[in-house]
Structures are given as structure tokens and as C-alpha cells.
Ligand binder design. Structure first.
Ligand code: USQ
Length: 406
């Protein structure tokens, strides 16, 4: 299959490109390299040393004989370039990762809110618009988020996208329908993914586009089978307060002797998936497109749920790290339960990698190897969700803002 990977230079886009190239597909990355520019803006770098995209693809070719093509295109701004590329190449599938994906970054300032909304919504709409205009029947796979649902449950599992409801008619009868599960975003970033859902719903209905939306949990790990093959194929690995995600952050913190940064009581329960499973799920979705004219196919791309404090306590137990109970910079429920349905990927053959699988040690080893690259001052998460919360957050790095250490 000829596959366009939008955002193929990013944390999941790169291992996905390698995985699908390895499986024999013809991979074309379209990327504006914005993550690299954001690193420069924030003055942080990936824990792992990353080569340029051109160098990475050169190494992949030298290792495997397979080509991954790279095109510098900004989906949100270069509509004509995007349309011309799609028209010339007519891919069989398009995988869309080309969005700003960090909740804390999206909440940093009014400028970051504007950027995230403009970038994410325009990128998605430009893509849908171009596919429609070109009559291109490519299967579009989008990397969405579990965060579209919010995280609280009413004691029932969160279904895969659609909620069955009964609506009372004026005549007193009950009509059964399946509606998109009510959106409940917790950040500007998550809000853009909710808006994406509506764009997908419209274009599937109006133009018959074949769309799969993957509602993914928090990804942990860094290596996949292909990124392990050569030192220069290594994936990026974020540890900073904006782009680092909770479990990877805790593992890196444990490796460098930094107290584990639990926000609030750590009672937040979230869904998780290992990066190797993430790329496997994308391949499974690719093999199982919805038919033309069908509603958007939605999968919950997660394999287990955990409470933040349980993760911290588990990692502290393994590593001897301290836990820092910090004031929460986010506006989110202090405690929540989370039950999620994920039968669809399991029925397609996914055998999940779980926290017990023993890969935690591998991540700590990667972190120790590159610990010299960590700027400890960039570990705290200081992007506050509201002006009131911002006023209570002390920006002093390491320890000085800790409420208590246990
Ligand atoms: N948290 C801590 N300490 C930290 C970092 C985070 O306690 O040092 C807490 C946060 O307050 C939050 C939870 O851990 O309650 C998760 O935070 P996160 O930064 O790991 O994840 P999040 O901001 O939700 O975003 C990440 C990805 C995003 C993806 C989402 C999936 O950056 O692209 O969509 O996970 S989900 O969380 O299921 O919505």
C-alpha cells in the first residue's frame, strides 16, 4: 500500500513509519517539523539524541534497503501543496498525526491556545477537504485521544466511540440511536480532538470518506522493534513538563534521582498503551477499513488503566525514588475511576504489552544512558490551566516547590 504519514517525524509517527515500511508498505512522510521547532522555542531537547529526518531515513535505507520519502509540508498552512501532493501520489491510506499533541503546551498562554486550535483544526479540515475535492478514496486513520470522553465514568465502561441512547418522541415512543459519546475535553489540546470528531462525522456522512479515529490513551515506552535496529533510528523521548507524559516522566525521574512529580493526590486514573502496541494497533486499523458510506470507525486504543499515585508508588518501590506531592497545575478531577471498553483491537488479535511485561527496566536504562542530556530545571510542569492556578504555582525548580516529599 502507498501510505502518507502526516506528522511522520513525531513520537508515534516515526515508529509507525518504520513499522509499516518494514511490513512492506511504501511510506511517504509529510511533516512541517514543528516538534523540532517547539523544542527550540522551549529550549528543551528529547532525552534521546535525534538525527534529522533526512538522516534517519538514510539510515533506514542503509539498514533495510527500503525507502521512506520525506516532504516538508505544513498541513495547516500549505493547502495547495498538500492538495497537489495528494493529487500526484494518490495514496491508498493516510495516517494523520499532524497535530500539536501536548495538553500543557496548549494551555501555556493565549498564543499557545490559538496556535493549537489553528494548527490542529486547520490541518484536519484541509486534509478532509483535499481528499473530498480530489475524489480520493484513501482510508484516513486519525490519532485521536481517550481525552475526548473526559475520564470520569458513571460506573459503566466507556464504549468505543458511540453511546446507545433512547430518545422519547412527542408521541411517547422511544427511538434508539447511537450517538458520539458526549465530548468532555480537559484542555485546549483535547478540545481540538473533540472538534476533529465532528469534522470526521460530517465528511463521512456528506462525502462518504472512509475514516478511522483511534482514541488513544497515554503512551509509554520509547523503543519499537524497528527503532532498536540502529542507534540513529532511535525515537524521541520527552521528559519536560510540557511534552513528557506521566509514566515516561516518572521512569526518567527515577533514573536521574529526581522526586516523582505527582500532581495533587495522584488520584487521576488514566488509560495507557505501550508504543509497540500503538504501532501494532495502527497496522490493525489499516487492515480493517470501514466501507465507503459507513459512519466513522472508532477504536479505544488503550490496554490498561492505572491511577497516577499507584504508578508513582510502584516505580518508587522498584527504584527507591522519592515521591513529591505537588500542587496540581491542571484543572482536573482530583480522583476518578475509569473503565474502558477495548474489545475491538483484542478481537483483531492485539495481545497487549502490560506494565508487568518487564519493559519498565528497559526505559530506565535508556534514561540512565542519556541522563547527561537532562536539564533538571525543565522537569517541573509549570503550565497552569487557569490564571488562579498560575498564581499558586511556584516556579522554582527541583524541590523548592514541593509540598512534601515522602
Ligand atoms: N501528571 C502527574 N505528574 C506529571 C505529569 C502528569 O501527576 O509529572 C498527571 C496529570 O496531572 C494528568 C495525568 O498525569 O492527570 C496524565 O498527564 P499526561 O501528561 O501523562 O497526559 P495528558 O496531558 O493527558 O496527554 C497525553 C498526551 C496526549 C494524549 C493523552 C491521552 O500528551 O497527546 O492524547 O495523553 S489521554 O490522557 O488518555 O487523554
Amino acid at each position: 500500500m502507498k501510505i502518507a504519514v502526516m506528522g511522520g517525524d513525531g513520537f508515534i509517527g516515526w515508529p509507525t513509519s518504520l513499522h509499516l515500511s518494514d511490513a512492506g508498505h511504501d511510506i511517504h512522510i509529510l511533516d512541517n517539523l514543528s516538534r523540532r521547532w517547539i523544542d527550540t522555542e522551549l529550549g528543551v531537547q528529547s532525552l534521546t539524541p535525534m538525527d534529522s529526518i533526512q538522516e534517519r531515513t538514510r539510515i533506514w535505507h542503509a539498514e533495510t534497503g527500503r525507502r521512506i520519502h520525506f516532504n516538508l509540508i505544513d498541513l495547516a498552512k500549505d493547502y495547495e501543496l498538500l492538495k497537489n501532493w495528494l493529487s500526484e501520489h494518490r495514496p491508498d491510506a493516510v495516517i494523520h498525526f499532524a497535530e500539536q499533541r501536548a495538553a500543557p503546551y496548549s494551555m501555556k498562554s493565549d498564543r499557545h491556545k490559538n496556535y493549537t486550535v489553528n494548527n490542529n483544526v486547520s490541518a484536519t479540515h484541509n486534509l478532509l477537504n483535499a481528499l473530498t475535492e480530489l475524489n480520493l478514496d484513501a482510508h484516513l486513520i486519525h490519532l485521536g485521544t481517550m481525552g475526548v470522553y473526559g475520564y470520569s465514568t458513571v460506573g459503566a465502561a466507556i464504549p468505543e466511540g458511540y453511546l446507545p441512547v433512547g430518545i422519547e418522541t412527542a408521541a411517547g415512543a422511544t427511538v434508539s440511536q447511537e450517538i458520539l459519546y458526549p465530548s468532555n475535553p480537559g484542555s485546549i489540546y483535547h478540545m481540538t480532538k473533540c472538534l476533529d470528531q465532528l469534522l470526521f462525522q460530517f465528511y463521512a456522512k456528506n462525502d462518504g470518506l472512509r475514516i478511522t479515529d483511534l482514541h488513544q490513551g497515554i503512551v509509554w515506552g520509547t523503543h519499537t522493534e524497528q527503532t532498536r535496529r540502529h542507534a540513529q533510528l532511535i525515537n524521541r523521548f520527552d521528559y519536560d513538563g510540557d511534552y513528557g507524559t506521566v509514566l515516561n516522566r516518572f521512569l526518567i525521574q527515577a533514573a536521574i534521582g529526581y522526586p516523582l512529580t505527582v500532581h495533587g493526590t495522584g488520584g487521576q486514573t488514566r488509560a495507557f498503551i505501550h508504543i509497540q502496541d500503538s504501532v501494532r494497533c495502527i497496522e490493525l486499523a489499516l487492515r480493517n477499513p470501514p466501507p465507503r458510506g459507513a459512519r466513522v470507525e472508532i477504536f479505544n486504543q488503550m490496554t490498561e488503566t492505572h491511577r497516577v499515585r499507584d504508578l508513582a508508588q510502584m516505580i518508587a518501590g522498584i527504584s527507591g525514588a522519592d515521591i513529591a506531592w505537588l500542587p496540581n497545575p491542571r484543572k482536573e478531577a482530583a480522583e476518578n475511576e475509569l473503565i474502558v471498553e477495548n474489545e475491538k483491537f483484542r478481537n483483531l488479535g492485539l495481545e497487549p504489552i502490560t506494565l508487568e511485561t518487564g519493559l519498565l527496566g528497559e526505559i530506565v536504562d535508556v534514561a540512565k544512558k542519556f541522563a547527561y542530556r537532562v536539564d533538571r530545571a525543565r522537569v517541573p510542569a509549570i503550565s497552569a490551566w487557569t490564571k488562579d492556578i498560575a498564581a499558586t504555582i511556584n516556579h522554582d525548580p527541583e524541590g523548592k516547590r514541593l509540598k512534601s516529599v515522602s
